[in-house]
Design a protein around this ligand. Structure first.
Ligand code: ZN
Length: 305
């Protein structure tokens, strides 16, 4: 298996969800072993931010990466598109402080990337194989990463809103191309009753029915309705996929999440890296050996937030 980048430059421009300003980004092919790196082109100093867990600054309703001087917000849907196609090397030039929200999903990013195509590079690709079960808990919320004898990333996600519309939704996705096609166009969402609180936090200034699903009691306010009956849990899987890619490599393992969000996924990735025996690198998806249940159960790590 070889590393890959995109074949040619792609540009996007649009309103941002939280700051409500217009920003533009360029996805630029990058050499082997470069990784996914964001660069703010409207500042002079320290403008390179690698898309990895140590760059994460905060996770209030979106994923923000940065350093002492600059930050770039709402990277998760773009990261999900990059993860969906397992792109290893990419430079993301950003004019602004936030990635454009577009339609609230990773649809436009994914379609443009697929249309441009990929450049296979000579360097060997690395997968991060989960070796040990890691659980991160926050009250009743939890996320678990565990080893799998299959050769893929599986995400099992459950949300329970205790409301009249979203209610409880669960979905399992195997992240191959078919699985990614089931989530890539699922949009971000919020409850109308939470909007006042969100606006008071200074967030969602660019939010509209063009880029988010808004749920009011037992209906959605968007005229076109939902793209899928369970679009909500599909979007949570999309967010999770984007945040997991902050480990810098495609993951081979099984992720189970209940009522999670950006913060919980970030904690999982940082706990994974703090445990050297929790993961290993594989050069190909096919080199995974079958393992017995006892192999996995004796290695457990539980983290309580
Ligand atoms: Zn999202």
């Amino acid at each position: 298996m070889h590393q890959k980048t995109i074949k040619s430059k792609i540009s996007f421009k649009g309103v941002t969800l939280h700051s409500g300003t217009i920003s533009s980004i360029k996805l630029i092919p990058a050499p082997a072993n470069h990784g996914i790196v964001f660069s703010k082109v409207d500042v002079k100093s320290k403008n390179k931010i690698p898309a990895n867990i140590s760059s994460v600054k905060q996770a209030k309703l979106c994923t923000t990466i940065g350093n002492n001087e600059i930050s770039i917000s709402t990277i998760e849907h773009l990261m999900a598109a990059i993860a969906g196609y397992e792109i290893d090397n990419l430079l993301v030039e950003v004019q602004g402080d936030e990635i454009p929200i577009l339609d609230g999903s990773s649809k436009e990013f994914s379609e443009a990337i697929a249309q441009t195509g990929f450049e296979v590079q000579s360097a060997t690709k690395k997968y991060l194989n989960i070796e040990k079960t890691i659980t991160v808990k926050d009250g009743s919320k939890f996320i678990v990463a565990e080893p799998t004898s299959k050769k893929n990333l599986e995400i099992n996600y459950t949300i329970d809103f205790h409301d009249n519309f979203i209610k409880k939704q669960s979905k399992k996705i195997i992240l191959d191309q078919k699985g990614f096609n089931e989530i890539y166009d699922s949009r971000t969402f919020c409850l109308q009753k939470d909007l006042e609180k969100i606006f008071k936090m200074g967030l969602a200034r660019g939010g509209s029915l063009d880029n988010a699903i808004v749920v009011s009691n037992d209906k959605v306010l968007n005229q076109e309705g939902l793209r899928y009956k369970d679009e909500f849990v599909r979007h949570k899987i999309l967010d999770c996929l984007g945040d997991l890619y902050l480990c810098g490599f495609p993951i081979i393992g099984k992720i189970t999440c209940y009522q999670g969000g950006h913060e919980l996924t970030h904690k999982l990735v940082s706990n994974l890296f703090s445990q050297k025996k929790a993961w290993s690198f594989l050069n190909t998806k096919n080199s995974i050996l079958p393992r017995s249940k006892t192999d996995t159960s004796k290695n457990q790590l539980v983290v309580n937030l």
